[in-house]
Design a protein around this ligand. Structure first.
Ligand code: SAM
Length: 286
């Protein structure tokens, strides 16, 4: 990683640089953020589009670098975000369209890209209260599924996501795209299966696990008694016994037709809107 990319502590005075070369080391570092290893090492990730960058900054996420295409120069909102990035000690890069297209690997790239610090919620800090719903995902593999679930959890008013076991990265470009900005609004925690099991024992929650062998119709469960954790299984193999055995209820969504199961993100959406049905109304919502 280049020195500039790392030397971005909060006290550093912000800078604006013009970059046109794909060989520029800062651009190389930014492009490397499409790899999980580089994201982990730097603790950062990419978010594309002016709207996402504005939302993230408004929600208090730390921006390390703002990249915008020359064509976006002078637009008031872009200038505002550039000023806020510089004021918080970040770096602003004005780049050619070729450079921004190579960062996001798109032919029609967004004109603005932000590099933000990752945020993980420590599991021990999750103390669900009445009316809260959390989603725990066992080994979710597909970035599109995870992004869709984060977006849906946001829309349903869930409190956050717990990633259990080895999962896809919530900060990958594909997942962030699929969240449509909700990655900045929904806390995400991660835990090994044993940590999740230990946490659930003291968290005072009702764990509703979804299982194709579940005996309980998901519509007959009382979701009001305690805070609820909806536990969803891996796309290929479903929930392992180790986790299913921790559930207060094994719920099933009745199906007809030839499909063996629902897509994970669809099943999570069905469960979320049922579990929070008593809390959602058109009068109070959007
Ligand atoms: N072959 C896997 C199995 O046997 O469980 C299918 C997994 S399914 C694609 C992914 C996850 O979505 C499941 O583990 C479960 O959490 C949820 N799911 C899908 N359809 C469901 C249904 N009809 N009832 C309850 N959960 C369901």
């Amino acid at each position: 990683m280049s020195k500039d990319f790392h030397d971005q502590g909060p006290r550093r005075v912000g800078q604006v640089k013009e970059v046109t070369s794909l060989a520029n080391p800062i651009i190389k570092d930014i492009k490397a953020l499409t790899n999980k290893k580089s994201r982990e090492e730097s603790g950062t990730f990419l978010a594309e589009g002016l709207k996402l960058v504005i939302d993230a900054i408004e929600l208090g996420w730390t921006i390390r670098t703002l990249v915008y295409a020359k064509a976006a120069k002078g637009k008031p909102l872009v200038e505002q975000m550039a000023a806020r990035t510089v004021a918080s000690g970040g770096l602003v890069l004005e780049v050619s369209e070729k450079v921004i297209a190579s960062i996001t690997r798109r032919d029609n790239p967004q004109m603005v890209v932000g590099i933000f610090e990752q945020r993980w919620m420590p599991l021990r800090d999750i103390r669900p209260r009445d009316g809260e719903t959390w989603v725990a995902l066992d080994r979710v593999r597909d970035p599109g599924n995870l992004g869709t679930i984060i977006r849906t959890a946001d829309a349903a008013g869930a409190s956050g996501i717990i990633l259990v076991g080895e999962t896809t990265d919530p900060f990958s470009l594909e997942t962030v795209r699929a969240t449509m900005g909700s990655v900045f609004a929904v806390p995400v925690a991660r835990a090994a299966p044993e940590e999740f099991i230990a946490w659930r024992k003291s968290a005072g929650v009702s764990v509703v696990a979804t299982h194709l062998a579940g005996a309980v119709d998901y519509r007959t469960i009382d979701y009001r008694k305690k805070p609820v954790v909806l536990l969803m299984g891996n796309e290929q193999s479903g929930l392992p016994d180790q986790l299913a055995g921790q559930a207060d209820a094994l719920a099933r969504i009745p199906q007809q037709g030839r499909a063996d199961s629902l897509n994970l993100a669809v099943a999570t959406a069905v469960m979320l809107f049922e579990a929070r049905r008593h809390l959602l109304s058109l009068a109070e919502g959007k």
